[in-house]
Design a protein around this ligand. Structure first.
Ligand code: 5AD
Ligand code: SF4
Length: 441
């Protein structure tokens, strides 16, 4: 989500005449697009801002802008600690970045963090780069991407007890189907081959407001079918999904839509019913495992990944063992795992029985060590298989790209192919983080 927001700001600024710089210390404008999902991400912002204070002293004309979730949450408070910040832009105001920078130039310390419940997402963000700038951007935009994100909804209504997102990004609002389809068409026309539909919980797309001109409801699986039919689309993905809203209809899309890649991120967070309940996740371990089984029955090759939080308040050794057991049962292709981090304003931050730091660290290491082993075993299952690779990077002696399962594949051969094209490669080596293949005709 943040990556897409950065892209939106950079596109908008290009239309205002800004050109991307490679050097933060000498840039005329520095935007920190911030994340507050865990304390660590927030600390990083603060130390970067400290560094920028010095850079600004050396380079007087520099404008510093803080955008994203930290900006949204802290607002004016941030200025007390960081008075050298020129502009604070909340999550729903990034589309106005150009105009806001003008205000901030006249009155430094400008704050724009207002939030509306039924926030109207702009129709679409055309790639409106003035021609001269477009060329400049290409030089620094290497490798040129053939994958793009398209936001289909903003915000979240789920209030998982540990999570700041509903507070920093507001209520759930779905974009209109026609706007999404239009944006995808523009991207495909410009040469994009792969689209990832993006939202905090895409499975509840269309549930909270009317999203079609006709007023007819459109579920997320309906939307997938619509987008998949757009000519020129080679690969379709989506993220993120809350298991509580994962319908059978949606799971069947992995069987029925050829361009939908066999790859699925399905965050489970914990393998203990007691913990899941306190997290307010609204599903049980049993239900989750049932979903995994159904998914695999529709799409046997599906590569599954997940998010895990260890050391949630009150998590016992037995609860944590449940998470380890779940890992053995599902055998994820990959996972993102985090120590629970107290976020101000969330319900979990008031829970008792906080787990000591050293216990969280031990659990995280135990989880990650086993996940690494399983991930490697999973990667080895691809040995001998022929995979279709969307090429991202080409040098005189090698090609790098991605498989439909989203694995990075290196082909160490001189191949005459361009980024954005497909090759087929037989996998002969599986590493922890990537695969190696040799080209097949
Ligand atoms: N502490 C630790 N991890 C968190 N996540 C979200 N909030 C927290 C928190 N307070 C993790 C969840 C989520 C991922 C994006 O970040 O696993 O799925
Ligand atoms: Fe946060 Fe839960 Fe919403 Fe995901 S579904 S953004 S974890 S509140």
């Amino acid at each position: 989500m943040n990556e897409r927001d950065s892209e939106i700001m950079s596109q908008t600024l290009a239309t205002h005449g800004y050109v991307e710089s490679m050097d933060m210390e000498t840039a005329d404008l520095v935007i920190l697009n911030t994340c507050s999902i865990r304390a660590k991400a927030e600390q990083k912002v603060m130390s970067l801002l400290g560094m920028l204070r010095k850079a600004k002293k050396r380079h007087r004309g520099m404008q510093i802008c803080v955008a994203g979730c930290v900006a949204q949450q802290e607002g004016e408070k941030l200025l007390e600690r960081m008075p050298h910040v020129d502009l604070i832009v909340g999550t729903q105001n990034i589309y106005r970045i150009g105009e806001l920078l003008e205000y901030a130039r006249k009155s430094p310390g400008y704050v724009a963090v207002d939030m509306e419940d039924d926030y109207a997402i702009p129709r679409f963000m055309p790639d409106a780069l003035p021609s001269g700038l477009a060329d400049d951007r290409k030089k620094i935009d290497t490798p040129i991407a053939f994958r793009k994100f398209v936001t289909i909804m903003q915000g979240c209504n789920n209030y998982c007890s540990y999570c700041v997102v509903p507070y920093t990004r507001g209520r759930e609002v779905s974009r209109k189907v026609s706007d999404i389809v239009d944006e995808v068409k523009v991207l495909l026309d410009s040469g994009i081959r792969e689209i990832t539909l993006l939202g905090q919980n895409v499975n509840s797309y269309g549930k909270t407001n009317t999203v079609t001109e006709t007023g007819l409801p459109c579920s997320f699986s309906d939307l997938l079918h619509h987008v998949a039919e757009i000519p020129g689309l080679a690969r379709l993905r989506f993220t993120t999904s809350n298991p509580k809203d994962l319908s059978d209809e949606l799971m069947k899309c992995f069987r029925d839509i050829p361009v939908l890649c066999p790859q699925f991120h399905l965050p489970v967070q914990a393998g203990s019913d007691a913990v899941l309940k306190r997290m307010n996740r609204k599903y049980s371990v049993e239900q989750y495992l049932q979903l995994v089984e159904t998914l695999r029955s529709y799409c046997p090759d599906i590569a599954l990944s997940t998010d895990i939080i260890v050391g949630f308040p009150g998590e016992t050794d037995e609860d944590f063992q449940g998470t380890m057991d779940l890992l053995e049962k599902v055998r994820y292709h990959g996972s993102f795992s985090f120590k629970y981090s107290d976020r101000p304003g969330t319900r979990a931050s008031d829970f008792e029985d906080k787990v000591p730091e050293e216990v969280k660290t031990r659990r995280l290491m135990q989880f990650q060590a086993r996940q690494d082993e399983i991930g490697l075993e999973r990667n080895r299952e691809y040995l001998g298989q022929v995979k279709e690779i969307l090429v991202e990077d080409v040098t005189s002696e090698s090609v790098k790209g991605r498989s439909d399962t989203n694995h990075i594949v290196h082909v160490n051969e001189a191949i005459s192919v361009l980024p954005g094209e497909f090759i087929r490669a037989e996998i002969y080596h599986a590493g922890q983080h990537s695969l190696n293949g040799k080209m097949v005709k």
